[in-house]
Design a protein around this ligand. Structure first.
Ligand SMILES: [Zn+2]
Length: 427
């Protein structure tokens, strides 16, 4: 089983200079090879017999590049690191063709920098030794790991100037066998993610976005505004850019921490988790910043859930886009095409159920996922939600995560107008 660790690195000035060379080499090799693959594709678009370039083509290209006078400096970097960059690019293309991720992007100097070291490194008592680096680099190891089982190592530098080393450790243990998926109501959960709440679960729990994050997002917005007013290339612009980068970093750290807690609680509690792979509801709205942040957390949550579920032998079912998850009454299947984006609650015209928009969506997501693997929807929890007693609420509270248990009354209800009329009559 693979486990990932990330530790802060403290290179001295000389080492920072070397790192910056390696980052540059890795970035240039990535961009050059990406350009090569793109141009090849453009030139041979109509020639069906020709396939695109692969890793070996780019490796040959790198060899030629290093012979050229103007790219001679590429020889200063560890050649295995550069090969690794080409392998990463190849992986990125494969993931794109399999529709797992977006098209590979060119790397910018102002963004996060990285290079990999596949072998010949060594950890020793708070010091990391790397090939071609001579003296060791101070590293803050805050969690123990088996040093002889480290598979690969990545050095990164954040836009705010912090250095990290990430490692993957293979303990060579088998991944636990998956728990069988059943349609017992307490064993599976559907998750609906939106902008209003961080996540809404099919058992009626709504997990709020943390307040401190909202504050940071406001701060980010104002700092971005300041940055946009600064003159290009000026010293003040650089300072403003650093402030924006720092806020981004803080948001990312707080968000990761929060998503770690949520995903831990969910994977602990449930055997099967159903989640949409794309945030469709977010796309409809037009808050650009909020959307970008919500998309990022969506992907992160999915990533963490999958990682943690795998370690515990739990199941994650991804269901792609499910556009009608909010509109379909989960009780009877009636589709309410009149449902607007702002309507948080609605009453099914067919069966009179009173539905909370997001909880209804989460239940549909769960049932759809189970159906996808051949299980019928869960009949037994119709009408007997007891979210207040759900252990997940207690678990989240312990982690200081705000969760609201919505008493989601699933009994058939009189339409709202009739209720109001009846209440008025009773007065
Ligand atoms: Zn209905």
């Amino acid at each position: 089983m693979l486990t990932a660790y990330k530790f802060r690195l403290y290179p001295n000035e000389e080492q920072q200079e070397l790192f910056s060379k390696y980052f540059g080499c890795s970035r240039v090799v990535w961009n050059k090879a990406l350009e090569l693959r793109e141009n090849y594709y453009k030139d041979h678009k109509n020639d069906k017999a020709k396939k695109g370039l692969n890793y070996y083509d780019t490796a040959r290209f790198l060899k030629e590049l290093k012979q050229k006078e103007e790219y001679k400096w590429l020889k200063e970097a560890n050649s295995q690191s550069l090969q690794q960059t080409l392998m990463d690019l190849d992986k990125a293309f494969k993931a794109f063709f399999q529709r797992i991720s977006k098209y590979p992007k060119y790397k910018k100097k102002s963004a996060k920098q990285s290079f990999r070291i596949p072998q010949h490194f060594n950890f020793d008592d708070g010091v990391l030794y790397l090939p071609k680096m001579g003296k060791g680099i101070r590293v803050e190891v805050h969690r123990e790991f088996s040093r002889d089982k480290v598979k690969q190592l990545t050095i990164t530098k954040t836009p705010t100037g912090k250095y990290f080393v990430s490692i993957t450790v293979d303990d060579r243990k088998e991944v636990p066998k998956k728990v069988q998926i059943t349609n017992e109501p307490d064993k599976s959960i559907g998750i609906d993610m939106g902008l209003k709440d961080f996540a809404v679960l099919s058992n009626g729990i709504k997990i709020s976005n943390p307040k401190y994050l909202q504050r940071q997002e406001k701060l980010l917005k104002s700092r971005q505004r300041v940055l946009s007013r600064k003159k290009l290339g000026s010293n003040n612009r650089n300072k403003a850019r650093l402030m924006v980068a720092k806020t981004h970093e803080r948001i990312a750290n707080q968000r990761n921490d929060f998503i770690h807690k949520v995903s831990t609680a969910i994977t602990k509690q449930f055997d099967t988790i159903v989640i949409e792979t794309l945030n469709v509801k977010g796309m409809v709205r037009n808050h650009k910043l909020a959307k970008a942040i919500s998309d990022a957390s969506w992907n992160r949550l999915l990533q963490f859930l999958k990682y943690k579920a795998e370690k515990q032998g739990k199941n994650v079912i991804e269901i792609g886009m499910f556009e009608k998850s909010s509109k379909t009454c989960y009780v009877c299947g009636h589709v309410n095409n009149d449902l607007t984006l702002n309507q948080r609650e609605w009453i099914c015209q067919d069966c009179n159920s009173q539905l909370d928009r997001d909880i209804n969506a989460a239940i549909n997501i769960r049932d759809f996922g189970l159906k996808q693997i051949g299980l019928n929807q869960i009949p037994s929890d119709r009408g007997e939600f007891k979210p207040v007693e759900n252990p997940l609420t207690a678990e989240l509270a312990k982690m200081r995560i705000k969760a609201r248990s919505t008493s989601h009354d699933l009994k058939k209800q009189e339409p709202l107008q009739q209720q109001i009329a009846a209440e008025a009559h009773a007065l």
